[in-house]
Design a binder for this molecule. Structure first.
Ligand code: ZN
Length: 160
C-alpha cells in the first residue's frame, strides 16, 4: 500500500514578499507612484541595522547610545516588474529631487518614476526622472501606509 503524495498545485513562494525596495546598482527602478507625497522619518544606524528614532526629548535608545541618525523617505509604488505594490526607500537627495520635479505642492500619485544609480558605490548619485502618465490612472491601487511595514521590518514595537 502506497502512502498519499504530498500534493500542492500552487507553486511555493521563494520567500516573504519584498515589501521595501531601494535603488541599488544594476538595473534601475521603473515604477508608478501611488502615494500623494513622500513620507519621511528619522532613523538610527546601530552598526547593523536601522532602528526607530523617537526624538531627542523622548526615551530614544538611539539618541541615548549616540547612534548616527539618517533620514529615510518612502513612497508607495506599483512595480511592474514585480507586479506588486511595494515601498520604495529614497535617499534625501532623490526624495528632494522628486519633490522639486513634481512641484512642491503637487500630488505625486500617478506619476511615472525612473531611478538609476550611477556607479556601484552606496554614495553614487541617483538620477531621478519624473514624468506624467498618459494612461488612465483612476483605477490605480491604493498606496501603502509605510509605518506598519517599517515597524514590522525593523522589529519596532507596534503601537497599540
Ligand atoms: Zn533618536
Amino acid at each position: 500500500m502506497s502512502a498519499t503524495l504530498r500534493r500542492q498545485d500552487v507553486p511555493p513562494q521563494p520567500g516573504p514578499p519584498c515589501e521595501v525596495i531601494r535603488c541599488g546598482p544594476g538595473p534601475g527602478i521603473r515604477c508608478q507612484i501611488l502615494s500623494n507625497a513622500v513620507w519621511g522619518c528619522w532613523t538610527h544606524w546601530d552598526g547593523h541595522r536601522s532602528r526607530e528614532c523617537l526624538g531627542e526629548a523622548s526615551d530614544c535608545a538611539g539618541h541615548a547610545n549616540g547612534w548616527p541618525t539618517r533620514w529615510k523617505g518612502y513612497v508607495s509604488i506599483w512595480c511592474a516588474m514585480r507586479r506588486s505594490v511595494v515601498l520604495l526607500e529614497l535617499t534625501p537627495a532623490s526624495a528632494g529631487e522628486i519633490i522639486r520635479q513634481a512641484g512642491c505642492d503637487k500630488s505625486l500619485r500617478g506619476l511615472l518614476l525612473r531611478l538609476d544609480r550611477h556607479g556601484s558605490s552606496i554614495r553614487a548619485k541617483i538620477a531621478v526622472e519624473l514624468s506624467a502618465s498618459v494612461a488612465d490612472n483612476t483605477n490605480l491601487p491604493a498606496a501603502m501606509d509605510p509605518e506598519p511595514i517599517l515597524r514590522k521590518l525593523w522589529g519596532w514595537k507596534v503601537k497599540d
